[in-house]
Design a protein around this ligand. Sequence first.
Ligand SMILES: Nc1ncnc2c1ncn2[C@@H]1O[C@H](COP(=O)(O)OP(=O)(O)O)[C@@H](O)[C@H]1O
Ligand SMILES: [Mg+2]
Length: 237
Amino acid sequence: MSEPYLNAAGMTGGYGTGADILHDCTLTVNKGEIVVIVGPNGAGKSTAMKAVFGMLNIHTGSVTLDGQDITSMSPQARVSIGMGFVPQTQNVFTSMTVEENLEMGAFIRHDDFRETMEQVYELFPILRDKRNQSAGELSGGQRQQVAVGRALMTKPKLLMLDEPTAGVSPIVMDELFDRIIEVARTGISILMVEQNARQALEIADKGYVLVQGRNRFTDTGQALLADPEVRKSFLGG
Ligand SMILES: Nc1ncnc2c1ncn2[C@@H]1O[C@H](COP(=O)(O)OP(=O)(O)O)[C@@H](O)[C@H]1O
Ligand SMILES: [Mg+2]
């Protein structure tokens, strides 16, 4: 067995000099997989994503991407080697237009990014229609599309999404999940935190249940959905 594409292993750490939030937390993603993290509020899901992206100092554990040890690499350097991250909050520039947001996403690129922008518009046609509107005027679902599109502008190999469907209607949620599946089919690996745990696990190759900064359950999405204990404690029965 070769090493997983992303191997965030045994991460322990917290914010600044505060207490540890993550305790021996491990997350792995293989090429082209959709991996979903679920768990109660405050479980450390966003913190784990930040740790993988290099926004948190972990004092134990390591992160490798495609076999390369990136544990001490800055977030910006991680972007340049293929990580894209859509944070849970403040993930668009509301005063800029949709197109300016996408251009900002391409900040690390020195080549022609118009083709990538075209791909983003094909994935999210509404963004093409609204390209000259400020992102602040868009609906929640459209704003999330801008945020995902912006991350795609760097041509990531691993796309990390923290609650991409937060605050959107069930129909918009389904649509966003369909687009995420489409992105995964192009070979991009997905690591995603989701509050809509049931629906997210339906599309997950692998799921993690995190509780108090620790791995509690890890299995295929289907197996977690079928597990009575997971259902009872984390999926509302
Ligand atoms: N910037 C921060 N500074 C200090 N503590 C934080 C910060 N962000 C989150 N925390 C704490 O870390 C814990 C986990 O939070 P978080 O990772 O946001 O959980 P989740 O995303 O699973 O809801 C919580 O106790 C929260 O209060
Ligand atoms: Mg969170």
